[in-house]
Design a binder for this molecule. Structure first.
Ligand code: GRF
Length: 219
């Protein structure tokens, strides 16, 4: 069993006594609507955190502009020319230099290598647009729609070295309607993603928690 706020220390997992906001880095490759939802949640005081860095592997990611509009520092570390290992080493260094405690993946379209994951144990979160363990990987909304499920949704989970396999923090269900298309379903799931991500981070930062096997247990 591992505990919140200190993997493998065998210690307890009380709610954090400090009152300063947690420092968070966001990794993204695309439009960044989940980043914006998190940033708005922080700005409204609903999530006791501050996004201090937005990091991308893509210089053209629209989410970077949305970060700059908010005055949040950005950094681009493309994989091209570096390779995965070196790119991720540079990302670890950038995240550490920003003094962040948490890393939130918000549409970061690459699977993180074991070294990156090991650098921030139980401090990396991801949002996935399906009810895991169903439909991991890309185009989860299309996978769910084409499979014909009647309920899909989204999942916020701690990141391990697998693809969408880490312990689940929060999930929200979304019904699949008869007149849905992949696009309408994805849009309704996205609305819930924005709520679920902020809520999951708020829970992790304000409640005691630990990981028991695969289960994230609060209380
Ligand atoms: C979201 O659907 C998220 O669940 C998935 O990638 C998409 C990113 O969207 N991991 P956005 O860039 O946050 O708008």
């Amino acid at each position: 069993m591992s505990k919140g706020r200190g993997t493998g220390d065998g210690g307890g997992c009380p709610p954090p006594p400090e009152t300063r906001p947690a420092r968070v880095a966001v990794l993204l490759s695309g439009r960044g609507s989940n980043f914006v939802a998190l940033a708005d949640g922080c700005a409204r005081g609903e999530v006791p955190a501050e996004i201090v860095l937005v990091l991308s592997d893509r210089p053209d990611a629209p989410g970077l502009a949305r970060a700059r509009e908010r005055g949040i520092p950005t950094r681009v570390i493309p994989r091209k020319g570096l390779g995965q290992q070196e790119q991720e080493r540079q990302m670890v260094a950038a995240v550490r230099a920003a003094g962040t405690e948490w890393v939130c993946l918000a549409g970061y379209m690459r699977i993180l290598g074991a070294e990156f994951v090991a650098a921030f144990p139980e401090r990396i979160l991801n949002i996935h647009p399906a009810l895991l363990p169903a439909f991991p990987g890309r185009e989860a909304q299309r996978q769910a729609f084409e499979y014909g499920v009647k309920v899909s949704g989204c999942t916020v989970h701690l990141v391990d070295a697998g693809c969408d396999t880490g312990p689940i923090v929060a999930q929200r269900a979304v019904p699949v309607l008869d007149d849905d298309t992949t696009e309408t379903l994805a849009a309704r799931i996205l609305e819930q993603e924005h709520r679920a991500y902020a809520e999951a981070l708020r829970l992790l930062l304000t409640r005691g928690w630990h990981v028991e096997g695969r289960r994230v247990v609060f209380g």
